[in-house]
Design a protein around this ligand. Structure first.
Ligand SMILES: [Zn+2]
Length: 671
C-alpha cells in the first residue's frame, strides 16, 4: 500500500535533535519544520487566504468541534469539503475535537463509547466518539485528521494518566478503523502526562499502528516550561524517525525553537493572531506592545528586519493609532506580520538544518530578546539617590544577561549565577517538587516547606507565588525559612527594582517581625528560624514535607554539606515522606546524604549544571525518580571525594561497605 503521507527525512542537525523533511498531502508538498496558523472557524482570524499563501502558510488547522456545530457537516458535504468552502487550496489539518471537550468548563462526560457534550449553539447533547469524530473530519475533508484522544491535565496523577492513555489507545484503533478507505492521512496522539514510562508505552503502542504521523498531546495544559521541554524531548526520541511529529498547541517563537531542537516538526498556535488583536507583535527587536505611548510619533517600520507587507508599508505610529482605536485593520496588519514572523523563523530554522548551522542559530535566537522591546524598554523609576549596592557580607551582582543576584563578597560565590533567581527557583524547587499539584491534594494536612538558606528569598517567594496562583488550593502552605544572616534579603529588598519578586508584603514582614501571615490567603504562612541551620533545625516549629536546600556551597559554607548535618536532618524527617531538592550534584554532598540514610536521585539540570540532586526519605521513594544506580557507584569509586569531609579517618575502611549496603543499591548487588 502506498503511504497516505509520504515523508522524506532530508537533514538532521549536529548536536541537536532538529530535523528537516518533506511530506506530500492531497494538496501540496509540505516542508518541515513548519508552523500551521489556526483557522478555528474555517478562517484564520482577520487574515485573507491570499495573505496566508503569500506569507508561506502550507497547512491551516481547523477545529472539528466548532465546525461540526456551525456551519454543520451537511454544509461541508454539500460544498465538497473545507478547501472549496473557504477557498484554500493548500493543506488543512483537522483536530479531533477531543481537546476542546477537555477544555470545556461544563457538561461533558467521558465513557468508553466517547465524550458527551452539550452544544453551545442549541443546547442539544452530542456524542463525540472516535467514529463520530472521524466521520466529521472526513466530511470536513482535511488532508490530515487526528485520532480522538482523551487529554488530561499534564499534572494528573499516574492512575488518571494511565486510564486516559489506555482509553486513548483503544480510541486510536477505532479512529483508524473509522477512516476506512479515505485517502486522508491520520495522526495518533501520544499521551501519558509527565510520566516517562507512560509516555514510552504510549509512543511505542501508537507507533505500531498504521498512523501517518504522531502528535505529542497533553502538553501546554498546566505543566511548567522545563517539564514540557523534558517530556517533549523524551517523547520525540521514541517516535519513528520516518514520520512527522507534531507538538499540539505550542507556542511562542521561543517554545517552537526549543521544540525543534528536541526533534519536533510541526506546530500550531493561536498566539500570533491572538496577541495581534491586543496590539502585540513578535519582532527581531523583542516583543512590542503597540498600545504603548512610545510609538505615537515613531516613523520606523514595525520590525526593521522583516519584509512582510505590514513592515514594508506602515509606520509604528500608524499601527499604534489603529491599535489604540481598536480598528480591525490594526489587528489584521499585526496578525499578518506575526504569521510572517513565525513562518520566517521556521524557514530560517529549516535552512540552518540543511547547512548544519542549527545549533548556532538556536543559541543565537535563544539569547535574543523575547520579552520587552529592547529599543524602548519599559522603564522603572530611576531612584533619586544612589542606593547601597552592598551590605554586610553581600553585594549585588548583575549578570551580563541583565538580571541581578546576590554575591557573597568574601568567597565571590553568587546565588543563582547563570539563571535569574525566580526562574531557577521555579525550575528546581517549585516544578520538581510538583508544588502546585500537592497544593491541590485533598484530604492532606498543611504542606510544610523548609526553605533552608533563605538568601534573597527567591525560593520562598516562588513557593508563595505558586500558592497565590492556585484558584482554590485545598491545602494550607507553611514555609519555614532558615537563615543566619538576613543581610542578603535586606540588601535585595532595598533594591527591589532589581529583585521585583520581593515587591510583596511577605519579605518586609519577615525582615521586621520574623513571620508573615497572608491577609488574602488565610492558609498561607511564612516563618523565619534565625540562626545556624544545623543547630536550629530541631527547634523548627513544624517538620518538613519538602526541603528546598539552597545553602552556599561547601567552599563558602562547609558545615551545610557534612554528614553530621544530613544525619540531623534525616533524624527530623524519620518516618515521614520528605523530599529534598538542591542545586548541587557533587559526589561529596550526595555521599553524605546517602550515608545519612536518604535515597538520592538525579534532579533536572539548570543553568550550566547538567543535573541536580533530589534526596528522599525511604517513605518518599517513588519509581518516577531517577535514583542513582550502578553508573553512579562506579563514578563514586573513582572519585577523589569518596568520603564526606567530616568522616573520621577511622571510619574510612568501613565506608564503602556502608554505602553498598544502603537499600538504594542493594538490588544492584543481587543482579
Ligand atoms: Zn513584518
Amino acid at each position: 500500500m502506498t503511504s497516505r503521507l509520504p515523508f522524506r527525512l532530508e537533514a538532521r542537525a549536529t548536536g541537536s535533535a532538529a530535523r528537516a523533511g518533506t511530506f506530500r498531502t492531497l494538496h501540496n508538498e509540505v516542508l518541515t519544520p513548519l508552523f500551521m496558523p489556526v483557522g478555528t472557524q474555517a478562517t484564520v482570524k482577520a487574515q485573507l487566504p491570499q495573505t496566508l499563501e503569500n506569507s508561506g502558510s502550507q497547512i491551516l488547522l481547523a477545529n472539528t468541534y466548532h465546525l461540526l456545530l456551525r456551519p454543520g457537516l451537511d454544509v461541508f458535504r454539500s460544498m465538497g469539503g473545507i478547501h472549496r468552502f473557504m477557498s484554500w487550496n493548500r493543506s488543512v489539518l483537522t483536530d479531533s475535537g477531543g481537546y476542546q471537550i477537555f477544555s470545556l468548563p461544563h457538561s461533558r462526560s467521558i465513557t468508553e463509547e466517547g465524550a458527551v457534550f452539550q452544544s453551545y449553539t442549541d443546547g442539544r447533547s452530542i456524542l463525540l466518539s472516535p467514529e463520530a469524530s472521524i466521520g466529521a473530519q472526513r466530511a470536513i475533508g482535511g488532508d490530515i485528521m487526528m485520532a480522538l484522544d482523551q487529554c488530561v491535565a499534564s499534572t494528573a496523577d499516574e492512575a488518571v494518566a494511565r486510564a486516559a492513555l489506555e482509553l486513548t489507545h483503544r480510541w486510536a484503533a477505532r479512529s483508524l478503523a473509522a477512516r476506512g478507505d479515505s485517502p486522508q492521512a491520520m495522526f495518533g496522539i501520544v499521551q501519558g502526562a509527565l510520566f516517562p514510562e507512560l509516555r514510552r508505552e504510549s509512543a511505542l503502542g501508537l507507533a505500531g499502528m498504521d498512523f501517518d504521523g504522531f502528535a505529542i498531546g497533553g502538553l501546554a495544559v498546566g505543566e511548567g516550561r522545563s517539564e514540557r521541554e523534558d517530556t517533549c524531548a523524551f517523547t520525540a526520541a521514541l517516535l519513528p524517525a520516518d514520520k512527522p511529529r507534531y507538538l499540539m498547541g505550542v507556542g511562542t517563537p521561543l517554545d517552537i525553537l526549543e521544540a525543534v531542537h528536541r526533534g519536533v516538526d510541526m506546530f500550531d498556535c493561536i498566539i500570533p493572531t491572538q496577541v495581534a488583536q491586543r496590539g502585540g507583535v513578535f519582532t527581531s527587536r523583542g516583543y512590542l506592545q503597540l498600545r504603548r505611548g512610545v510609538y505615537k510619533f515613531s516613523g520606523e517600520a514595525l520590525d526593521p528586519a522583516c519584509d512582510c507587507p505590514t513592515c514594508r508599508r506602515y509606520s509604528r505610529a500608524y499601527l499604534h493609532h489603529l491599535t489604540k482605536t481598536r480598528e480591525t485593520l490594526g489587528w489584521q496588519l499585526l496578525g499578518k506580520h506575526n504569521i510572517h514572523f513565525y513562518h520566517q523563523l521556521l524557514r530560517e530554522i529549516r535552512a540552518s538544518i540543511f547547512s548544519d548551522t542549527f545549533l548556532a542559530l538556536y543559541q543565537e535566537k535563544r539569547a535574543a530578546p523575547h520579552e520587552d522591546d529592547i529599543d524602548n524598554p519599559v522603564l522603572v523609576q530611576t531612584p533619586k539617590k544612589q542606593k547601597r549596592l552592598a551590605l554586610g557580607n553581600y553585594e549585588i551582582h548583575t549578570a551580563w544577561e541583565g538580571f541581578s543576584s546576590i554575591r557573597h563578597i568574601r568567597s565571590g560565590e553568587i546565588m543563582h549565577s547563570r539563571t535569574p533567581p525566580m526562574e531557577e527557583a521555579q525550575r528546581l524547587y517549585v516544578e520538581q517538587s510538583r508544588l502546585p499539584e500537592r497544593l491541590r491534594d485533598t484530604g492532606a494536612g498543611p504542606l510544610v516547606i523548609w526553605d533552608v538558606g533563605l538568601g534573597a528569598g527567591a525560593n520562598a517567594m516562588a513557593a508563595i507565588a505558586a500558592f497565590e496562583k492556585e484558584a482554590a488550593p485545598t491545602r494550607e502552605l507553611h514555609i519555614v525559612s532558615f537563615e543566619n544572616d538576613l543581610d542578603s534579603l535586606r540588601l535585595a529588598f532595598r533594591n527591589n527594582d532589581q529583585f521585583r519578586y520581593l515587591r510583596h508584603s511577605g519579605p518586609s514582614a519577615i525582615l521586621n517581625e520574623g513571620a508573615w501571615q497572608s491577609k488574602s490567603h488565610p492558609g498561607l504562612a511564612w516563618t523565619l528560624v534565625p540562626g545556624n541551620f544545623p543547630e536550629t533545625l530541631h527547634g523548627a516549629p513544624l517538620p518538613p514535607d519538602l526541603i528546598f536546600y539552597d545553602m552556599f556551597s561547601g567552599k563558602t559554607n562547609a558545615e551545610a554539606w557534612t554528614l553530621g548535618t544530613f544525619r540531623r536532618l534525616f533524624a527530623v524527617c524519620q518516618g515521614r515522606r520528605v523530599e529534598l531538592f538542591t542545586y548541587t550534584c557533587s559526589t561529596a554532598s550526595r555521599v553524605a546524604m546517602i550515608a545519612a540514610g536518604f535515597h538520592v536521585a538525579r534532579g533536572r539540570g539548570t543553568g550550566d549544571k547538567t543535573e541536580t540532586t533530589i534526596a528522599l526519605t525511604p517513605e518518599a521513594v517513588r519509581d518516577t525518580r531517577d535514583l542513582l544506580a550502578a553508573d553512579w557507584l562506579a563514578k563514586w569509586r573513582r572519585s577523589t571525594a569518596r568520603f564526606p569531609a567530616d568522616l573520621p579517618a577511622a571510619e574510612h575502611s568501613s565506608w564503602e561497605e556502608a554505602i553498598l549496603r544502603h537499600r538504594q543499591f542493594q538490588h544492584l548487588g543481587d543482579g
